[in-house]
Design a protein. Structure first.
Length: 169
């Protein structure tokens, strides 16, 4: 049961996606976003992305939970990418309309809670013995109330980095 580690995603599938047909997934995402609080939205979004990043998608289990039948992994990945894109777009517009902070990387891509980013320039770490080298991958960023900063953990230390030195992966 690989999907058991994604309880919020399973709840989303059973509550919003299970009863719809393939053509109305964008409506299911919109209904979920309208009915859910920010914490639940973030959890489902991050679990969707985590499932997409799995080495091997559990097609049978995933398909039955989502009420979708996939011939191979590429079909499932394409469907997940579409769901992630719809949710990312909707979350960005919801945050903007509510007056919340929209955080963007150096290329203008919208960052979400739990995204992975890459450092685009060598950075000196104040109070640290080592520097962050260009190309360092940082997973699971945390958004704070400042659109120009994100919080993350690197080598066991919590750092606050400027978004102008990061790009979304």
């Amino acid at each position: 049961m690989k999907l058991s580690k994604y309880p919020s995603l399973l709840s989303f599938f059973s509550g919003y996606v299970m009863e719809t047909d393939l053509g109305s997934d964008s409506q299911a995402v919109a209904a979920f976003l309208n009915a859910s609080d920010d914490g639940k939205k973030s959890k489902v979004f991050s679990e969707l992305k985590a499932l997409r990043n799995e080495d091997e998608l559990p097609l049978d289990e995933f398909g039955s939970e989502a009420n979708r039948w996939f011939g191979d992994a590429s079909e499932a990945e394409a469907w997940l990418d579409e769901m992630i894109g719809q949710m990312e777009e909707a979350l960005g517009s919801v945050r903007g309309s509510e007056g919340g902070v929209i955080v963007k990387d150096s290329n203008g891509a919208v960052l979400a809670e739990g995204d992975s980013v890459q450092v685009i320039k060598d950075l000196k770490v104040k109070g640290g013995s080592s520097d962050l080298k260009r190309g360092t991958l940082i997973k699971k960023i945390h958004l704070i109330d400042d659109a120009d900063l994100v919080e993350c953990r690197v080598d066991g230390s919590t750092l606050v980095l400027k978004t102008c030195f990061l790009k979304k992966v």
